[in-house]
Design a protein. Structure first.
Length: 634
């Protein structure tokens, strides 16, 4: 791996070489202007003067002229390179050599600053591409071996020393570990993990030697999927960006036609018509009208927005979604894993007096071992090891309700009250009033008891809702969890509206109703049952740390560290990006229209044209770069 100092040195060296042609051209231009003003000898006149300025022109002009020829050969006749080429060559044709060199010089400087800005914007995204180590230390044949990460299989044990980075997703086998998660979240705050917790590729082990068990192959890790999506992000153009691209293709031929009119039409109306003067006006008009500021700064603004989001652990899959985020009216969200930790703990266990509670809990533990739901994890953590001597048959997971299985020819049901209702099993209705999530249990056709579990609200969830409200956004929560639990969380957080006891289809139907009333609506979720609603939304936001692959791939925005505070931050980035883009559009058009009128009337020279073109482009570029320095809320 290249040392960071070497990388920084080579980068600054590359930047210097980028400006070498412009520096040479500037020195020669200043020398030529000095000779024009201070040297009276006739030797710097005529051909000698032309050759002197031509030498100053070539370092910056030749690359642009080459680009113009390449564009023309590809069918793009009226490109910005073509405009700059004919304008500067025309200036040479009427002996306005300094202006011709200056236009091309400042244009080249503007292009160089654009290249630097794009590189900087890409760096925030490209930094993610270097996060996956190529090798991993695996336990094989009773010894630890270092092999290629792509060759590691699911179920392999991997060892990680302090300072090393995980190459694959897995489950921690060591009792505890502390990780730096900056690669995934944009923050270097240590993240403590316990035995059995999920660990992800890109995390850096900070303390002791640890072991983990691999749960997905190299190309299927969360980070790999996020990187694939990141590489595709820049291809999704925003409507404003697409409009400007189409506009430039129509605008440039019109500008060339108007320039020809400026030269030809006055012949019929102006008594003292001088071709050279009107040609100069047309050339000024061409330089002013070059759409560089728009063509350069607008894509850069969107790219900068995507880069700023990536820097803060948010993947936005295209500039078009930045526009949608900026226009949001309503945010709809899931509860478990989105606004709560998604880590449940058993709070209470109650069984009927005539029931062998230990035996039923053992049965429940075996049945729940067939599920990956957080409820199953909580029950397993409470009961302990699974009794492998118990055989369960015909296990069925009923979406939005729970689990069903048969033990010793008797049906065991574990889930919510809808599950018991569907089996026509009676229970005490007062249980519906319990605030915590209630897991009802029925065995052999009769209700036998319940387990209550509770989930913890994320520490930044309240701040998230407050910030969304400050942005004048309405917030609704949709959850499959018990209504009393959902309402309790909604009240704690100040959420405007909440619905509980929802099946996946119910979520879809309610979301459609909200979407019709609120127009631009986002949905935030993490589970596989959220994928249909995420796909329906104007902008789908997924919790990418522990979220399901289906939801991450369906979503338009992925929050890599599962922190809800990143939801308003993503919206803020979208709003700032749109604001900067429209600032650039308004400024570029405003200045150009004023100077175009002055140029056509002969009141503006090439120097004003340079400001209207390159100066505006540079200011627009610097304005677009601001988005990359956007600070997170915390």
């Amino acid at each position: 791996m290249q040392h960071p100092q070497h990388h920084s040195h080579s980068e600054s060296k590359g930047t210097f070489y980028l400006f070498v042609p412009a520096i040479i051209s500037l020195i020669l231009l200043l020398l030529g202007i000095s000779l024009d003003h201070y040297v009276t000898q006739s030797w710097f006149e005529g051909t000698t003067r032309f050759i002197g300025y031509l030498i100053a022109y070539l370092p910056v002009g030749l690359p642009v002229l080459k680009e113009a020829v390449v564009s023309i050969s590809r069918g793009n006749f009226f490109s910005e390179f073509f405009l700059m080429g004919i304008a500067t060559l025309g200036a040479f044709a009427i002996n306005e050599y300094p202006e011709g060199v200056a236009v091309m010089l400042f244009y080249t400087v503007g292009e160089n600053f654009q290249s630097m800005a794009v590189k900087r914007a890409k760096a925030n995204i490209k930094a993610l591409l270097d996060q996956r180590p190529d090798h991993a230390t695996v336990y094989e044949n009773k010894e630890w071996k270092t092999i290629k990460a792509v060759d590691v299989k699911v179920g392999d044990q991997v060892q990680l020393k302090p300072g090393e980075k995980l190459a694959l997703d897995g489950i921690l086998l060591s009792d505890s570990a502390t990780f730096n998660t900056a690669a995934l979240t944009g923050e270097s705050k240590p993240d403590g993990k316990k035995k059995g917790d999920v660990v992800l590729a890109g995390m850096i082990n900070q303390n002791t030697v640890i072991q983990m068990e691999v749960t997905s192959v190299y190309e299927d890790s969360k980070l790999s999927k996020i990187l694939q999506l990141t590489q595709q992000a820049s291809s999704q153009k925003a409507p404003t960006e697409l409009f400007i691209s189409k506009f430039a293709k129509t605008y440039t031929p019109i500008v060339v036609f108007l320039a020809v009119c400026i030269i030809s039409i006055p012949v019929f109306f102006v008594d003292d018509y001088v071709f050279r003067d009107w040609l100069y006006r047309a050339l000024v008009f061409l330089v002013i009208s070059c759409p560089c500021a728009l063509v350069i700064s607008i894509p850069l603004g969107y790219f900068g927005g995507i880069g700023a989001a990536s820097k803060n652990g948010i993947l936005i899959k295209g500039g078009n979604f930045l526009d949608v985020l900026a226009s949001l009216k309503h945010v709809v969200m899931d509860k478990t894993g989105t606004m709560t930790e998604g880590v449940f703990d058993v709070q209470d266990v109650q069984f009927n007096d005539d029931i062998d509670s230990d035996q039923i809990l053992t049965y429940v533990n075996v049945l729940e071992s067939h599920s990956t739901h957080p409820v199953a994890t909580a029950i397993h953590k409470y009961v302990g090891e699974i009794d492998k001597g118990i055989h369960i048959e015909q296990v069925e997971e009923i979406a939005g309700q729970g689990l069903r299985g048969i033990i010793d020819k008797k049906v065991l049901l574990v889930g919510n009250f809808k599950l018991l209702d569907s089996a026509q099993i009676a229970y005490d209705n007062d249980l519906q009033k319990v605030v915590h999530t209630v897991i009802a249990i029925a065995f052999d056709g009769a209700y036998v008891g319940y387990i209550t579990i509770a989930d913890k609200i994320k520490y930044d969830a309240k701040e998230t809702i407050d910030r969304l409200h400050a942005m004048q956004l309405r917030v609704t929560m949709l959850s499959g969890d018990k209504s009393s639990v959902v309402m309790h969380v909604a009240r704690e957080l100040g959420i405007d509206q909440a619905h509980g006891d929802l099946l996946p289809d119910d979520k879809v139907n309610i979301f459609k109703e909200i979407q019709q009333d609120s127009h631009v609506t986002a949905f935030v979720g993490d589970g596989i049952n959220d994928a249909p609603v995420v796909a329906l939304s104007d902008v789908g936001i997924a919790m990418g740390g522990l979220g399901s692959d289906a939801t991450i791939e369906t979503a338009d925005v992925v929050i890599q560290d599962d922190r809800p505070i990143k939801i308003p931050l993503a919206i803020h980035i979208g709003k700032k990006t749109k604001q900067i883009v429209w600032q650039n559009i308004s400024f570029a058009f405003g200045v150009k229209i004023i100077v175009l009128v002055l140029g056509a009337g002969g009141l503006a020279t090439m120097w004003e044209a340079v400001f209207a073109d390159v100066g505006v482009a540079l200011l627009a570029i610097f304005n677009a770069i601001r988005i990359q320095h956007l600070s997170p809320f915390r």
